[in-house]
Design a binder for this molecule. Structure first.
Ligand SMILES: Cc1cc2nc3c(=O)[nH]c(=O)nc-3n(C[C@H](O)[C@H](O)[C@H](O)COP(=O)(O)OP(=O)(O)OC[C@H]3O[C@@H](n4cnc5c(N)ncnc54)[C@H](O)[C@@H]3O)c2cc1C
Ligand code: SF4
Length: 520
């Protein structure tokens, strides 16, 4: 029998891995101090390179990891931080872990359940081959367990968000009256929401912190890490720790939440954000817990500080959509990210990387994504995703672009939104019909069309808005798959009436557009 070796400052009995999206300083791991435990954070090429990322995404994640490491050390914990340019860095999570386990002579490795299938699979298979104990624990972040959705929707063909959301409201007593009814008498206030923004009310101030991370940016460049988009390294605007995230949450609730609902679908050249929260980065990196965000929004309604339609609309995004898409992801991975129900295969036009297109809506939505690593939901869905679906772009390429460009993009939330909701590539599991529109919707909800090179009213011709011909052509091309969808009856009846020269001209124009997407 071997006698356990006494701990020296260099040795440890347990290593605990913290991934770049596991930055919750209030995880129960940190409730007690143990000199035999070392927390490990690492900046690795495995994570910077699995897709081409926006520069701000890499910068913000690494800067926030460094901040958490500092915070943990100050709180008395032992931390091993492997920086991207450390000589000992093997640039892969398992390789670094293996080396560190040997270095510290540890017998147990613990990690929090990763939210991406890719990492979960990697750690599980690698862990099973090790001689030491490898244990996975909860990240203590979400309302629901990974597998819960499969149980809720067992045997159902369609997994409707509304069904799941009402269940969540009841189960967690969110906006629920004493008799179990939804507060205000309705589950959903969409008819009060979804207005265009006419220029008033005034835009809320952007009180997010500003960080100078030019030194980290120089390190990343020297290490040869590739990225795209504006790094804004001198003035990075994302909250990088829990205290900053909480302050930003409070500011949002006080200044912006009251108008969130009314303008949640509006788009404007005057503001990238309008009345959205910009909380997704802090939430997805787990600096904030969804429960506290929901509770604060609910409290604002109860205190009379925000109207019910705004609060319900906001809470639905977090208690409903966010948990729902995660459930979809875990129930259908692996393989969900590769679905392509409509057989689309066109490559992304070059201007997805530059924003240089004459379509003003795309110029704005893609342009601000490259500039800020952010676009709000309707820009992602009804401008960029809409165009990608109508034009027949390869959903896997669209998915990789979304996964790279947005500050909040992690596969568990990005894939269902892109592949399912936006590209209908799962054949309608998540969305009951494709989210597509012609210019009319974009014009109603934004100021993009006035001042655009293209004419929102024209359907064919050089100056016709490309969305118009592509819209009808999309439904005609996909009639065998979509024709029987009960939500599309009106579209197909209209298409029937257009048979003849009108539809021929639209088809011809759409075919011509699809051959020259780069030039639009
Ligand atoms: C094609 C496409 C791709 C997307 N990719 C991502 C992604 O990679 N990461 C991501 O967090 N969100 C993604 N979304 C959802 C949504 O667009 C973003 O959560 C939102 O724009 C983030 O900005 P915000 O914090 O200002 O959100 P707000 O509009 O203020 O909403 C509040 C919060 O609700 C949550 N939320 C809102 N809508 C959704 C949704 N559909 N799914 C999940 N959570 C939601 C987010 O946590 C968000 O922070 C995507 C949507 C589409 C259509
Ligand atoms: S006219 Fe068409 S291309 Fe131009 S902004 Fe409007 S929807 Fe976009």
């Amino acid at each position: 029998m071997t006698t356990p070796q006494p701990l020296t400052p260099q040795r440890a009995h347990t290593l605990r891995l913290l991934l770049g999206d596991q930055l919750n300083p209030e995880h129960s791991w940190f409730a007690t101090q143990d000199d035999g435990v070392v927390y490990v954070l690492m900046e690795v090429r495995q994570e910077t390179d699995y897709v081409l990322h926006h520069a701000q995404k890499i910068l913000a994640i690494f800067a926030a990891m460094r901040d958490l490491a500092r915070h943990l050390r100050e709180a008395g914990h032992r931390v091993r931080y492997v920086a991207i340019d450390d000589a000992s860095n093997r640039q892969s999570v398992p390789d670094n872990l293996a080396a560190l386990m040997a270095h510290y002579g540890a017998h147990t490795l613990q990690y929090q359940h990763p939210d991406e299938w890719r990492l979960d699979e990697q750690l599980r298979t690698w862990g099973a081959e090790q001689a030491f104990a490898v244990q996975a624990v909860s990240s203590e972040h979400f309302y629901t367990a990974r597998t819960e959705m499969s149980e809720v929707f067992k045997g159902r063909k369609q997994w409707l968000m509304e069904h799941f959301y009402r269940r969540m409201r009841q189960r967690h007593s969110v906006l629920i009256g004493e008799a179990g009814e939804p507060e205000g008498g309705q589950w959903n206030y969409d008819h009060d929401n979804r207005k265009p923004w006419p220029g008033t009310p005034a835009l809320p101030p952007d009180a997010r912190p500003t960080h100078d991370h030019s030194a980290l940016w120089a390190t990343l460049q020297a290490a040869g890490v590739q990225s795209f988009g504006n790094p804004q390294a001198h003035a990075l605007r994302w909250p990088l720790n829990r205290a900053e995230a909480l302050a930003w949450l409070d500011h949002f609730i006080a200044t912006t939440l009251p108008h969130f609902g009314a303008y949640e679908d509006a788009m404007s050249t005057k503001s990238a954000r309008l009345f959205h929260s910009l909380l997704s980065f802090a939430l997805n990196t787990k600096m904030l817990r969804p429960h506290e965000v929901v509770q604060r929004a609910q409290a604002a309604y109860h205190a009379g500080a925000a109207p019910l339609p705004a609060v319900e609309g906001f809470i639905r995004q977090i208690l409903g959509w966010r948990e729902y898409v995660r459930g979809i992801y875990w129930a259908h991975m692996p393989g969900y990210d590769e679905r392509n129900a409509l057989g689309h295969s066109m490559p992304l036009p070059e201007w997805f990387w530059t924003g240089k297109t004459r379509m003003r809506c795309m110029q704005n939505a893609v342009g601000q994504s490259l500039e800020h690593a952010y676009a709000h939901h309707i820009q992602r869905l009804m401008v960029i995703g809409n165009f990608a679906l109508l034009a027949g772009l390869d959903p896997a390429a669209v998915h990789r672009w979304y996964l790279g460009v947005y500050i909040d993009a992690f596969e568990w939330v990005e894939v269902p939104n892109t592949v399912g909701m936006s590209q209908f590539a799962d054949g309608g599991l998540l969305a009951t019909k494709p989210y597509v529109s012609s210019a009319a919707y974009i014009d109603r909800m934004s100021d993009y069309c006035s001042g655009c090179h293209y004419d929102k009213k024209q359907k064919v011709g050089e100056r016709a808005c490309p969305y118009n011909a592509l819209y009808w052509d999309f439904f005609e091309r996909n009639e065998s798959t979509l024709g029987n969808n009960f939500r599309l009856g009106m579209v197909y009846r209209q298409l029937q009436k257009m048979q003849g020269p009108q539809l021929d001209a639209l088809r011809e124009h759409a075919a011509s557009l699809r051959t020259r997407l780069d030039a639009l």
